[in-house]
Design a protein around this ligand. Sequence first.
Ligand SMILES: NC(=O)c1ccc[n+]([C@@H]2O[C@H](COP(=O)([O-])OP(=O)(O)OC[C@H]3O[C@@H](n4cnc5c(N)ncnc54)[C@H](O)[C@@H]3O)[C@@H](O)[C@H]2O)c1
Length: 374
Amino acid sequence: MTQLSDYEFFVETTTEKYPIHVGNGLLSTLAPSLIAQLSNGSRAVVVSHPGLTGKYAQPLCDALKAAGIDCLLSTIPAGERTKSLKTVSRLYDDWAAQHLDRRTVIVAVGGGVLGDLAGFAAATYLRGVRVVQVPTTLLAQVDASIGGKTGVDLPAGKNLVGAFHQPRAVIVDPETLRTLPLRELRSGLAEVIKYGIIFDNRLFAEVKNSLPAILRRNSQYLLPAIARCCEIKAQIVSQDETEQGIRAILNFGHTIGHAVETATRYRTYKHGEAVAIGMVSACLIGEALDITPSTVTSETIEAIQRAGLPIHLPADITDEQLLQHAAHDKKARNGKLRWVLSPAIGTTCVQGDVDNTLVLKSLRRQRELPDVVG
Ligand SMILES: NC(=O)c1ccc[n+]([C@@H]2O[C@H](COP(=O)([O-])OP(=O)(O)OC[C@H]3O[C@@H](n4cnc5c(N)ncnc54)[C@H](O)[C@@H]3O)[C@@H](O)[C@H]2O)c1
């Protein structure tokens, strides 16, 4: 079979198989033809944010129309605080008003918030319609668009309502990152660093050494790093679609990260920033358990700081509050947290029974870290 993009990986679960295409320019080259082929005469709805329509969503819709597909555009406001049932309901109303049927293909063009929202609406509208993910943030390209987790936040916590709904294809065009604000690029880098720590020490070293070039969006470094992350995610999801086992390692840094986001009501931190803080917490908790060597902590902190990401916990939230939020995380079992820890860069282990006193002590240590470590 001919390869359709620079990099092509497959997610293969027990019931589904779909491609992840990674390559510069795919939004205008591969995306229209692939989506037109999937639509096979039925309608397509491109869902995006108003700020992304002119440059990405509308041209894609126009290209689909030119390919003979009846394409509609649905826009929803941007921002984590819109990742709610209210916004999903708005999409349902929009789609019902257009009499969309079950053969419709939803095309999600945006970051992780858009992909999670549109994916969840697609999972539930008419008991499920097909979705293609076209991620346009670094975070969504390397993580959120792959693996079929969709959902929305509740005031009680992140992603508390959702569904597994695998996309039919993921089309990653790193050229879209040229317009991404630097803070969002840095946020996505937290997940790239995470893949290195949990799975691939070579990726970790390469990314750490090329951070200045990556931050300048130099494709020579950015493209292969994105592709490797997609490959890792595809491999993990293929082994464990619904997170019964290995997929949990992707949550490295997310236990405290999600608590930080929830405690600050999604207003202060980008997702990746919160994950960066949470990765430092995970290292210090691992150290306190004699699992994580201090060199792993210092390397992690160095990478995070070089990427321009935070390492400190929010000053106005207490450690006890953070633990409380963490206990409500949907990954807790009977209120017991499961910590993903790193014994060495490139490997992880999951620890179930960690004493809260030890966690609190580690968080206190994190607060005492100097502004610049190393
Ligand atoms: N489903 C999953 O497996 C999974 C995994 C990780 C994270 N997530 C979720 O992803 C969300 C975070 O996603 P995110 O970091 O992509 O943030 P985001 O979706 O909020 O996007 C950030 C901002 O960038 C803008 N933007 C997007 N692409 C752009 C581009 N190319 N140029 C200019 N601006 C652009 C968006 O409009 C938005 O304002 C969180 O809700 C998180 O829970 C989901």
